[in-house]
Design a binder for this molecule. Structure first.
Ligand code: GDP
Ligand code: MG
Length: 181
């Protein structure tokens, strides 16, 4: 197990989206391998990281978990987008509002990432709550796919709660949260 103090290339990923879509839970799931029993409201920005091995090289995957509703977001937001390697635009598949809310997040990104061509991903979270009997109140997969295409994003649905097997097979080399350092 390598130490976080060792120098590794850092890969910074930004989690963006409306409050309540599950950004904090996804971050926790990806870095700690579990669904948090209790997610505290994010204040400003928080980050978690883990080491992942890609093509034999250990990379420090750093997930920046942001809060949407903060009054001071405007003054901080430029920092979020600095040196970002990828952006996850997260919505809740059971919330049409969170999906339409993406437009303003994309606009924020456009204004703050000028000159950078950052890979973007559309992430539909809470897929475990998909209910065919309420299909017209939930975000349609085709709609999400064409939205992603129109914005040059890759897209997928996931659940922070029900971990796909693939995820649990990724070895966790080391997990750290800044508050526990
Ligand atoms: P954030 O505001 O985007 O950081 O959202 P949180 O991560 O705090 O999650 C908001 C609420 O959604 C919490 O009550 C979580 O337990 C719940 N939640 C998050 N992800 C999932 C998921 O994949 N499935 C289900 N069923 N609930 C989720
Ligand atoms: Mg949060």
């Amino acid at each position: 197990v390598s130490s976080l103090l060792t120098r590794h290339r850092t890969f910074k990923v930004l989690m963006i989206g409306d409050s309540g879509v599950g950004k904090t839970c996804l971050t926790h799931r990806l870095c700690a391998g579990e669904f948090p029993c209790r997610a505290e409201a994010t204040i400003g920005v928080d980050f978690r990281e883990r080491l992942v091995e890609i093509d034999g090289e250990k990379i420090r995957l750093q997930l920046w978990d942001t809060a949407g509703q903060e009054r001071f977001r405007k003054s901080m937001v430029q920092h979020y987008y600095r040196n970002v390697h990828a952006i996850f635009f997260v919505y809740d598949v059971t919330s049409l509002t969170s999906f339409s809310g993406l437009n303003s997040w994309i606009e924020e990104c456009r204004q703050n990432s000028l000159g950078q061509d950052i890979p973007k991903f559309l992430v539909g979270n809470k897929s475990d709550l998909r209910d065919p009997s309420r299909a017209n109140q939930q975000v349609n997969q085709q709609t999400a796919m064409s939205f992603a295409k129109a914005h040059g994003m890759m897209c997928f649905e996931t659940s922070a709660k029900i971990s796909p097997n693939k995820l649990s097979k990724i070895p966790l080399l080391r997990v750290k949260h800044p508050s526990s350092l």
